[in-house]
Design a protein around this ligand. Structure first.
Ligand SMILES: O=P(O)(O)OC[C@H]1O[C@H](OP(=O)(O)OP(=O)(O)O)[C@H](O)[C@@H]1O
Ligand SMILES: O=c1cc[nH]c(=O)[nH]1
Ligand SMILES: [Mg+2]
Length: 211
């Protein structure tokens, strides 16, 4: 498992506004999208490509095209949905599948309440979108699910991660082909397993308090 914390002034600036509790939902959504586009640039460095012959107005030349099947992008509902647009801007031909997962805020157990993915992911390159890696429970379940379907490698794009959650993933997934690309590894989790300093509940800040 590899972890990349993206160190860039644009990322740091946008993240600072995102963290601010006075930032309203429409701005929060816009910044999330912009941040994901910046993170996706780094996260797609290893995307599979192959040479392709094309003709420019001047001559024939060899260019680069995504290897088929194209990457699969999986936002984890709800909050991950706010990251989809920023990702598909960079990889518009990607296939998109969905996982609906929620952690019980008392027990921190994760339930999967929705799944719409190809039945067979053998050999596929998968990009998972989820803004918050707190205890790591949600991503652990998502990654295990994708590998069980045959995925070859999984890259998770997150806005924030807690050191505790990264360690938990390392303990279980160290030997697997997993990459985590994150804008910031924060200080710690608090007693409610929220990331500190964090940005609060990403799903609520994107879409309002769930009933
Ligand atoms: O690392 P963990 O401790 O598992 O926590 C992280 C998860 O918590 C949040 O989702 P939440 O369960 O709040 O669902 P939501 O996106 O619908 O708000 C977040 O978007 C992650 O999916
Ligand atoms: O800080 C946190 C932890 C889990 N989920 C969130 O949305 N925020
Ligand atoms: Mg939430």
């Amino acid at each position: 498992m590899r972890v990349l914390e993206v160190d860039h002034p644009l990322v740091a600036h946008k993240l600072t506004v995102l963290r601010d509790k006075t930032t309203p939902s429409p701005v929060f959504r816009q910044l999330t999208e912009e941040l994901v586009t910046l993170l996706a640039y780094e996260a797609t460095r290893e995307v599979r490509t192959e040479p392709v012959e094309i003709e420019t107005p001047v001559t024939r030349t060899i260019g680069t095209a995504f290897t088929k099947p194209t990457p699969l992008v999986v936002p984890i509902l709800r909050a991950g949905l706010g990251m989809l647009e920023g990702m598909t801007k960079l990889v518009p031909t990607a296939e998109v599948g969905f996982l609906g997962m929620a952690r019980n805020e008392e027990t921190l157990d994760v339930i999967t309440y929705a799944e719409r993915l190809p039945a067979d992911l053998t050999g596929r390159q998968v990009f998972v979108l989820d803004p918050m890696l707190a205890t790591g429970g949600t991503l652990r379940e998502a990654i295990k699910f994708l590998f069980a379907r045959g995925a070859a490698d999984v890259t998770c794009i997150c806005l924030l991660a807690a050191p505790e959650g990264l360690q938990a993933l390392r303990d279980e997934l160290e030997e697997t082909n997993v990459s985590i690309v994150v804008a910031s590894i924060d200080e710690r989790l608090n007693e409610k397993a929220y990331i500190v300093p964090g940005l609060g509940d990403a799903g609520d800040r994107l879409y309002g308090v769930a009933g």
